[in-house]
Design a protein around this ligand. Sequence first.
Ligand code: ADP
Length: 487
Amino acid sequence: MNPLSRPGALLCWLVLFCLGAVWIGRQEYLDQHERFLQNTSVAQRMLSQKTVQHEAVLATLAALSHPPSPERLFPSLRPAMPQLLGLGHLPGGAWSGSVAEPPGLPAAIERARQLDRPVVLPVDDARYWLVAPSGWSLLLDARQLVPAADFPPGLANLTLSVGTTPLRLLDKQPGTAAPGWSLALQKPLGAASQPFPMRSELRLTPGAWPWAAWLAWALASALLVAGAAAWQRSLAQARRQQEQLRLGAMARLGTLGEMAAGIAHELNQPLTAILAQTRAAERLLDDDDERPAVRHALLASAEQAKRAADIINRMRALAQPSPPARREALDPDALVASLRFLREPELARQGIRLGWHNASPGARPRGDRVALEQILHNLVQNAADALAGAAAPRQISIEGRADGADYLFSVSDTGPGIPAEALPRLFAPFYTTRPQGMGLGLALCDTLAGSMDGRMSARNLSPSGACFTVSLPLSGGPQAAAEISHA
Ligand code: ADP
């Protein structure tokens, strides 16, 4: 798994934040809704209690055998009932009241008697007479049933429909222009005689949204993603170090093999000559007195020389590159991705950009993944060495493309190029123009390419730079090549 890139981390954070923000918003909405329902119920109970109180007053008045006159009664009831504007009764058809008789009172009393409970005789949108079957009547102002300050503070808009137009008891959110969600609930008051519909409304404006919680979640989720990205980076770093150790170990083994091949080549000829000369001496010394001792010495030396030749031959056999373990179709994109993953940080520190262009997507070279990785690593390392003193822009470009029945990987750089005299000897073991060089990198590449039925080539680029190409058989053979060229 590759570590999160900056846009990837940003996207992760955005998704995480949005999911969390939606959850927080939903919880907040549910909380507000619950509180709204509770507050509305409290308001409905407060108003209902008042209307029930009216019924109780009327029942008490009806029960009195010698009720006081309404003019005397009114001032004593008023302090406990600020909503009471007047009262009176109609004993025997003659009105006696603290205010004038309302029109339609006898019919209302008749209706109350039929229903056996008080009935409402509306005056306007706020005032109404409550008329009892006994003839006792209260003139009430719905505006003053409950003082506005006594309602639960969480309520915003509250109306009570006494007449045709709803009466505004609370109006904390006038107008509907503010954006947000609306909560609304309508309930009738509890007294059977005054079941006025009460409606409560609350608009959840941006001011009521959970900004602090969202901000805290934005920070927490950013920290979470940053922590995860850092953890992934440290894992990737550990993996990179492991890979580098593995490649380093392989390179050392490869170099050792090349070195052994070089040493064997250098030493085998003189040793063969020693062997031939000591055998000739043995033949010439046949007749002398000291001959047995000389012969013995020469034989022993021949024996030693033979032994040395044997050892060297064994070393050469060891150094013979063993055939690659696998011949498989390789994915150039994956190969280069792993190469870039390993090399890019170090190249970036040297100000070198590493580019990759797959000119034949779908084409697959055939070979050994580890051997090809090693070749590409060597070529990239050589290119980086060549760019060490070069002027900007410093660029290494890898290109992969199918060519006939072959697949070509080219590694080009913008360095000074290959000196003309070096070109014919580049792939010879121990050939180097660099003071610290061993001259084994390209020789090893050539050997590895050969072991996969491939070959290496090199050329200079115009105006400057070098291009090294490793060509391998195309997986699927000429048929695949034809298909790719048709695609
Ligand atoms: P060394 O590690 O000693 O450089 P190599 O076999 O890798 O051995 O390379 C042999 C020589 O090939 C180098 O010394 C250098 O002269 C030449 N060479 C290799 N790659 C490049 C390149 N990208 N640009 C210029 N010269 C190069």
